[in-house]
Design a protein around this ligand. Structure first.
Ligand SMILES: [Zn+2]
Length: 151
């Protein structure tokens, strides 16, 4: 069976489209974001099976696959375990370059939280201590933490 595609040259066009979307962050994500928005607190959760403390919190443990029930209030400070400095502009970035994406292991957590560092990038290296800086007006998303500041 032949189709019109057998008789014409197939072309593709390159471009970008904006696709607005809304979705539920779920029970665990909601508690995490509400605590940041309303109390400037970063919550993690601890797996009762293996003891791993996650931040952002998870519904299920990625190591032992148990449901996670126990909440843990973490401090606002931690250590950078990996980072990458961004020097080019792209519309979806959360900050104006230069800034850094960093994996931050908050005190009391066993896994890293990915966030951004905007200032003193010349001092940024793995192992530096950082502290969360919260926005004055918060909306219930991860950018309610404006950035992390090198201590
Ligand atoms: Zn576990």
């Amino acid at each position: 069976m032949t189709t019109w595609l057998d008789e014409v040259e197939g072309l593709t066009l390159k471009g970008q489209i904006a696709v607005p979307y809304t979705w539920s962050v779920g029970e665990v994500g909601s508690r995490f974001f509400v605590a940041i928005r309303d109390e400037k607190k970063i919550l993690g959760n601890r797996c009762e099976g293996c003891g791993t403390v996650y931040v952002p919190p998870r519904k299920n443990c990625g190591r032992c696959f148990k449901d996670i029930q126990g909440w843990v209030e973490l401090g606002n400070e931690g250590v950078v375990t990996a980072h990458s400095i961004v020097r080019f502009h792209y519309p979806v970035q959360p900050a104006k370059p230069p800034f850094a994406y960093a994996v931050i292991k908050l005190d009391g957590a066993d896994v890293g939280l990915v966030h951004i560092i905007k200032e003193n990038l010349e001092s940024l290296k793995n192992g530096v201590r950082v502290k969360a800086v919260f926005k004055e007006e918060r909306a219930g998303n991860i950018l309610d933490i404006d950035s992390f500041q090198i201590l």
